[in-house]
Each structure stands twice: as C-alpha cells, then as structure tokens.
Design a protein around this ligand. Sequence first.
Ligand SMILES: Cc1cc2nc3c(=O)[nH]c(=O)nc-3n(C[C@H](O)[C@H](O)[C@H](O)COP(=O)(O)O)c2cc1C
Length: 229
Amino acid sequence: MKIAWGITGAGHLLKESVDVLTELALEHEVTVLLSGAGEEVLKMYGLFERVESVTGGYYRELVRGDDQKFSYPLTGRFSLGKYDLLIVSPTTANTAAKIVSGIADTLITNAVAQAGKGRIKTYIVPVDVEAGDVETVLPSKLELTLCQKCETCKAAAACPANAITPGVEINLLQCEGCGACQLACPFNAVTGGKKITIHMRDVDIQNTRKLREFEGIRVLKRPDEINIH
Ligand SMILES: Cc1cc2nc3c(=O)[nH]c(=O)nc-3n(C[C@H](O)[C@H](O)[C@H](O)COP(=O)(O)O)c2cc1C
C-alpha cells in the first residue's frame, strides 16, 4: 500500500503516532510529510531521527513543509490519486481548524485538500477530541525551582546542541531531545516527559466534530486505532 503520513506540531499523541508509523513502514511504502511545526516538535521530543530512519527512496521520502515553498508541488500526487491512504497524526488544533475552514496553506492542510480532490481516503487523529481536561507530556524543561545555578552547569555542558542558557531556560528550537541534560544535572533540575493537564477548548472540540462530517475523512481517537488491513 502507498501511504502518506502527515505529522503536525503536536506533542500530544506524538510518540504514539511515531510508534504506529514506524510499524506501518515495515510493510508499506510510507511517505512522511512534516509541517514546519511538526519538524520542530519532533526534534524537541527526540523523535526526529526515528522518523527519518524509516524513510528513504521513492514514495518513502521525508518531505519537509519548509522545502515545499508556497505551492506544495508534492501534493499533486494526491490529486493524481497516487496514494491509497493519507493519515494525519497527530493533528494540531491549528491544522484541524484550517481543514474545516477549507484552508490549504501548509504541506499538511494542502495534502488533505488535494486528497479530497483525488478521492483518497484520509484518517485524521486530532489532539482535541472530547471536552474536559487531558494529560499530556512536555519536552525537556529546566525546573528553576530545582536549579542550583552552579558555577559550571553540567546540563549545559552535556548539551550537544548548545540549547541551554544555565539558570534561565532551554531553547526548544535548538533542543534535539537527546535527554543528555537530564542525566547530567546532579540536582534533577531538567525534566523530560513531565506530565501536565491541559483544558480542551470548545472551539477545538467543535472543529473535531465538524471534521467528522467531512466527506472522505475518518476521525480516529488514537493512532493505534489505525487499522490498514
Ligand atoms: C513543545 C510543543 C508542544 C505542542 N503541542 C501541541 C499540541 O499537543 N496540540 C496543539 O494543538 N498544538 C501544540 N503545539 C503548538 C503547535 O505546534 C502550533 O500551534 C503550530 O503553529 C502548529 O502548526 P501546524 O498545525 O502547521 O503543525 C505545541 C508546541 C510546542 C512548542
């Protein structure tokens, strides 16, 4: 099967999505599409290399939104019906809102629009599904209440990406999510995968509801509900 898998910039359900994606890539030709934020967030959570490692070759490309300029020529493959399936997981609130409004100005929203025109079935896994609170995980975080502001910051010294300003913050756009800082700090002042509870906004839940009504789109609650067979 030829599958295209879009990743947007959500930390929520990101590892779960990458787990299913890597499994599918063992059996199918999977093209991975990254929104600009998708690429950044994958790196922050240390998952970019895992995704990169399952790509390579024709119809197994890693396509970066930032390389597709403004017209997203690659998505012509969808209008030409070249794929059997498009999956977008995880799907940010931003991407869901754009899709329901018919906006197609990122690699992923454009792929969804072209898939609709090429009658390619599309599975969407939104991060905002039901009203209420949800638990999600953070990337590496410098906990200032634990930081001892050491003269030489071992976490900063261990960071291969030079992303830590000691005693201040981690620059997540530089962070590669390797976790070396977490191991290096003797005061456990750098956390990774810390869980927080966030509140689902009404507007995002309503957009997910609207997505369910779209022709050709199936909304799934979790990436492990993706069943290809
Ligand atoms: C660490 C991190 C985690 C994020 N997680 C989420 C998330 O779970 N859900 C969401 O809707 N946005 C999340 N965002 C915000 C999106 O990345 C942002 O809205 C971005 O513009 C989405 O662009 P895209 O929809 O084109 O990928 C996160 C941002 C960061 C820095």
